[in-house]
Design a protein around this ligand. Structure first.
Ligand code: ADP
Ligand code: TMP
Ligand code: ASP
Length: 239
């Protein structure tokens, strides 16, 4: 697989075209960003950790029958994926209250949400990723009714697989964000699943093991991601 031109440089990953028009290479950089790009820092090893973490999770999801763009890891910080037409919304499921839902609804952090909640956010840093609903998505043509239904169903299926996986490692999957795209007419899970885009707490102590360590200046960000990986049995390779 030959890496060609940089198609897009996002806040944490760069995406490259390849000699196959239907495949892209995702390069996970050490760059870390929060608050829609307002807080930024490069954290050593993070690109490699997230690439390998994402690969392990995507393999689990594929094995559970969830259609994913992930094909294979190419190096410590690069993976090969199917090229998707991305749907410009983010799908968030919450099992426990934290982050923006606490600010928006005035609820305390740490409440168990039963059933888990689902929210869509528009992927637009300039607007601060505003929350949108199914009607906005349909009216503005970001996705069809059928695609909306599939994104919701797949996001909840991911919850069933990953809640248990993390629980087995002594962690609570508090919430997470997924992005989907279309490949040959089919909705596939795209982007990544890593501690950058979810909240994970130690089940007993409720210690934060995710990007909230960066958002809140708690330190030990990559070390916490490595601890999560260790608990899931992922052996990281830094080349
Ligand atoms: P952001 O754009 O939010 O700053 P990243 O730095 O993670 O995010 O950049 C990765 C970009 O690649 C995102 O815009 C994401 O939507 C896009 N992307 C992820 N997976 C695919 C895919 N399979 N095909 C095309 N684009 C993708
Ligand atoms: P929030 O509490 O900020 O709304 O985020 C909920 C979860 O989704 C949290 O794990 C972070 C993740 N998320 C992202 O990674 N990127 C985003 O742009 C958004 C809106 C959420
Ligand atoms: N991922 C979103 C952003 O980059 C939300 C966050 O991490 O705070 O702003």
């Amino acid at each position: 697989m030959e890496k060609r031109d940089e198609l897009y440089a996002g806040k944490a990953k760069s995406v490259y075209t390849t000699d196959d028009a239907d495949r892209l290479i995702m390069l996970f950089r050490d760059d870390t960003s929060a608050f829609d790009g307002k807080k930024k820092e490069a954290l050593a090893r993070k690109g490699a950790v997230n690439n390998q973490f994402n690969a392990a999770i995507m393999e689990k999801l594929k094995a559970a029958g969830i259609p994913c763009h992930f094909e294979k890891m190419l190096s410590a910080n690069e993976s090969l994926v199917k090229k998707l037409d991305m749907i410009p919304v983010e799908c968030v499921v919450r099992n426990v209250s934290a982050g923006s839902i606490c600010r928006r609804l005035g609820v305390e952090e740490g409440l168990e949400l039963n059933p888990p909640t689902f929210e869509f956010f528009l992927k637009n840093d300039d607007l601060g990723d505003p929350m949108v609903n199914d009607y906005h998505i349909r009216s503005f043509g970001w996705a069809t009714d059928d695609q909306v239904a599939q994104m919701k169903a797949l996001t909840f299926q991911v919850n069933d697989v990953l809640k248990q996986l993390f629980l087995d490692g002594g962690m609570l999957l508090v919430d997470y964000k997924l992005e989907f795209g279309v490949f040959n007419g089919e909705v596939l899970l795209g982007d990544e699943f890593s501690p950058d885009g979810c909240r994970l707490w130690d089940k007993e102590t409720r210690e934060k093991l995710d990007k909230d360590r960066f958002r809140q200046g708690l330190g030990g960000v990559v070390e916490a991601y490595e601890e999560v990986g260790r608990r899931l049995g992922i052996a990281f390779n830094y080349e």
